[in-house]
Design a protein around this ligand. Structure first.
Ligand code: 0RA
Length: 637
């Protein structure tokens, strides 16, 4: 396995033949990046090896220490990496694992049936990217010790003492030449270790941060992913008990836990060999189809769904669902953009059939839980039908009544969308100023009442049935859902004009979220804007100037101070405080105004914010609004 052997190789073989210098040349190929996320990859790789040993049934405790000197150590009580000489390389097994790329756990008889490690790159990659690595193996009553510098072994393995322990300890110091930062984040590591502890039941995983007064956490979950679901649902009103199954089949090991709650959210975490498959894959597909099928079949059999009723849809049965699906298999295929999607097709059918049987059994044996769960699904179904009806009404109104425009809309006289603008204005008083101040030829004004957001636990589909929102949709002219047609947009500038306060932020978030979820193309095509009203008016004698931010205010103050008349500073709290002329001059006049064009990223953020604002939990919402209110001044969405 020397470097630089000239011969023809397949891609796989070349990888094996590469030396660790290749890793140092192109670290990104092995750990994704050299930023803080790549840095943490080193820990994941080392811990994954210990977890493999645990999954194989030989290790019960893992301890990670963030040392004061910048090193990270991972100690396990597994069998200990073998230290005997490897026949082919003439090196010890330990040195081979540490210094040969991809030697990994596949060597020897103790190789694993199932193994984690996202890229399976092996601990040699960690070694290559570390200034120094120390490996200690506790076996046969002895402590074996070997050190490496940037991947190279210095001396042979030495016996440095006696011990009663069994296990392996790897300590590494990431190389500052490679990484942008070598500052590990305790919280990131903690979260990952907690997740791994959930996924590997019965293993105790501890972490000590010696850098900060020895913060210490220990995770041990007897229930595995069952405990995980319990954790995800804490603080929620749960519906029924936890459904749990673990099954060893030909395709691998399948473990599923789920429980419903009375929220509208769907939370499904999937894992393959302990790797979080954020893009889903075959196991997720199998799970979802079994879920829908089993619930429908049971509901019919138990006569909860009548003959005349339609089936519950896949969305209906996932509303308020919290689930963890974890599979372990011999040869996982990771696909997708971020290699986080399980591609093994056999896992789809395996999960589907195993979960079908187990979930059906749960429903049969727990009829009260079954009724509660199905009740929740029926509620979701009804809400969906109502939302569709509301949407249809909006569409029909537009279509049948020949675009009957809302009475509140002060439309512009131009019918040319290219030059037409609509200002969505919060509140009737600001709406009044805007109507008087506007250019009637090209500018339309639609006032929205500020409190439309106070729909209790508003779901967007319910908001859609709201009159104010209906008005907006009709005014835009594009229709909604299947009838959406961007060509019918009546204004090529849709301007959200709200106050720089919490209510303004609310309404802006709502409108942006509405656009994001139902009219994405309006944002993608660049039709949506946010008006920028000034924050201050500074006057001296007859001159007055407007400032749109603090910096500008200071600048103008300096300019005006050259004379000795008093300067008046007026802070605008709302659009309503400006008279029509001022509103025109500062915010609406195309020759003077500045507006922010909304990007998809802005809208995505608003969408996330929307969930916080609308969620049933009061505290996070309150906290959020308090934190957010400060930023609103900068129109920072
Ligand atoms: C394969 C074989 C054996 C031990 C291990 C792997 C092993 C690797 C790591 C990595 C971190 N901790 C580990 N613990 C064990 C030994 C098989 C035997 O002794 O029979």
């Amino acid at each position: 396995m020397a470097e630089g052997v000239i011969q023809e190789y397949s891609a796989d073989q070349i990888q094996v033949l590469e030396g660790l210098s290749a890793v140092r040349r192109r670290p990104g190929m092995y750990i994704g990046s050299t930023d803080v996320s790549g840095l943490h990859h080193l820990i994941w790789e080392v811990v994954d090896n210990a977890i493999d040993e645990a999954m194989a049934g030989f290790c019960t405790e893992i301890l990670v220490v963030m040392q004061k000197d910048g090193g990270i150590s991972c100690l396990d009580n597994g069998r200990g990496i073998p230290v005997d000489k490897h026949k082919k390389t003439g090196k010890s097994a330990l040195e081979t694992v540490m210094t040969v790329l991809h030697a990994g756990a596949k060597f020897g008889e103790g190789g694993y049936k199932v193994s984690g490690g996202l890229h399976g790159v092996g601990v040699s990659v960690v070694n290559a990217l570390s200034l120094k690595t120390v490996a200690e193996v506790y076996r046969d009553g002895k402590i074996y010790h070997q050190e490496y510098k940037r991947g190279d072994a210095g001396d042979e393995i030495k016996v440095t003492g006696k011990t009663d322990l069994r296990g392996t300890k790897i300590t590494f110091y990431p190389d500052k030449e490679i990484f942008d930062t070598v500052d590990f984040d305790f919280q990131t590591i903690l979260n990952r270790l907690r997740q791994q502890a959930y996924l590997t039941k019965g293993v105790q995983i501890s972490i000590i941060d010696e850098r900060k007064e020895g913060q210490k956490y220990r995770f041990y979950f007897e229930g595995g992913i069952k405990s995980y679901v319990q954790h995800l649902n804490h603080n929620k009103d749960v519906i029924g008990g936890i459904v749990y199954l673990e099954k060893d089949v030909d395709e691998g090991i399948i473990e599923i836990a789920l429980q419903y709650n009375n929220s509208f959210q769907e939370t499904i975490y999937t894992f393959a060999n302990n790797i979080h498959t954020t893009e889903g894959g075959m196991h997720l597909t199998g799970f979802k189809s079994a879920l829908t099928r089993t619930i429908n079949a049971y509901s019919r059999k138990a006569d909860i769904l009548k003959e005349k009723d339609g089936n519950l849809t896949a969305e209906d049965v996932r509303e308020g669902l919290t689930a963890v699906v974890s599979v372990k298999l011999g040869d996982p295929q990771f696909e997708g953009q971020t290699k986080a999607k399980l591609g093994n097709a056999e896992m789809r059918t395996a999960v589907e059939s195993v979960f079908n049987d187990a979930f059906n059994e749960f429903l049969e044996e727990n009829p009260a839980d079954a009724r509660a769960i199905i009740g929740k699904c029926l509620l979701a179904s009804r809400a969906r039908l109502a939302a569709r009806a509301a949407r249809d009404t909006v569409i029909r109104k537009g279509a049948l009544e020949g675009m009957t425009l809302p009475g509140k809309l002060a439309d512009c006289s131009s019918k040319d969308p290219e030059v037409s603008e609509i200002f969505i204005v919060e509140g009737d008083s600001a709406g009044g100023s805007a109507k008087q101040g506007r250019d009637r030829e090209t500018q339309a004004i639609l006032p929205l009442r500020g409190k439309i957001l106070n729909v209790e636990q508003a779901r967007l589909d319910r908001i859609l049935a709201n009159n104010e929102v209906k008005n907006l949709v009709i005014a835009l002219g594009v229709g909604i859902g299947e009838t959406f047609d961007i060509a019918k947009l009546r204004y090529h500038k849709v301007v959200i004009m709200t106050d720089a306060d919490v209510d303004g932020a609310h309404i802006r978030t709502l409108v942006l979220t509405l656009f994001y979820r139902y009219f994405k193309q309006l944002i993608e095509d660049g039709y949506i804007y946010i008006a920028q009203p000034p924050l201050y008016k500074l006057s001296r004698g007859k001159t007055s100037k407007y400032a749109y931010n603090e910096e500008e205010k200071e600048k103008i103050l300096k300019e005006l101070k050259s004379g000795d008349q008093t300067i008046r500073i007026q802070r605008y709290k709302g659009l309503g405080e400006m008279n029509p002329d001022q509103l025109w001059d500062t915010t609406m006049d195309p020759a003077n105004r500045s507006m922010l064009k909304v990007t998809i990223e802005d809208a995505e953020r608003a969408d996330a914010v929307f969930d916080t604002l609308m969620g049933s939990e009061v505290l996070p919402r309150k906290k959020f609004i308090q934190a957010y209110a400060k930023k609103v001044q900068n129109l920072d969405i």
